[in-house]
Design a binder for this molecule. Sequence first.
Ligand code: ZN
Length: 318
Amino acid sequence: MRTGERQSFAARVRDELIRLPAGKPCCMLSEISALTQTSGHLAFRGGGWLSVSYRLEDAGVARRLFQMLKKRLGVNPTLHFTQTSRLGGRRTCVLTLSGEDARTLLDALHMTETDEDGQMHLKRTVPRHPMTRQCCRKAFLRGAFLGAGTVTNPEKGYHFEWKADDEHLPQMLEKLLEKCDLPFHTYVRSGQQVVYLKGAQQIADVLALMGAGQSVLQMENTRIHKQLRAAAVRAANCDEHNGERMLDAAQKQAEAIRQISLKQGLFTLPPALRELARLRLENPDLSLKELGEMMDPPVGKSGVNHRMRRLMEVAEEI
Ligand SMILES: [Zn+2]
């Protein structure tokens, strides 16, 4: 964060993520793998000498990777800085692993193959852990965000993305997001592949998955304030005692749902409850009966009441 500049939401999320514990050995490897895919470059010289270097704009991310490489693989990266004339002369951190250390890394990630002539090549494989273990999926999404992700300030809109130079990382992310039940979209922007999520709830879910609970809280607060301001204006316009009481209840429900979102993510709820939870957050000024009518298929008043009671119970339990 530079002085005189308000920290962006994306920087805040990054700050929160780099402070998380490195986690289990399997997860560390997943995060290292994601950072290698997004920010790692392999260089060969004669005699089988090779090196892997990471170019990272955020010193905090470089520090986290440095520590994980040492701790998980026992290797010793070197660190230096370069000033790029591009990007307004911003300082870039370069972490380098050479010789045996580079080989240790590539073996651990299963990222090399040797052809008949004994020549080594970089292979873009899909690591196994993140595909099978939920803990490692989270770690991979986090590493990919630290290396190539960004998110819009929630006051301005809801957009979260990863970008990549080729199709390998996007393919991997798509599989992971499917497993995590997070709806995503893709497009190509000036030659780069972009995988993105839209919608406040999806973004809250992915942030929670990566471990950025405080950022989810900040985002939900911004969102609820925005919605409540709008609802208050509408309520004032139609002036009703009833309306106020209803808003009160709606606010309590939204708060309970926010807690669920923050602690475990709405994606953990059964689909029927998740749909109601999202509708409630998006429409804080509507009655439960009206929310029921918006559901697909529509649900009657007692059905919605029952589901809301279950949501409140879930919130109470956590
Ligand atoms: Zn794991």
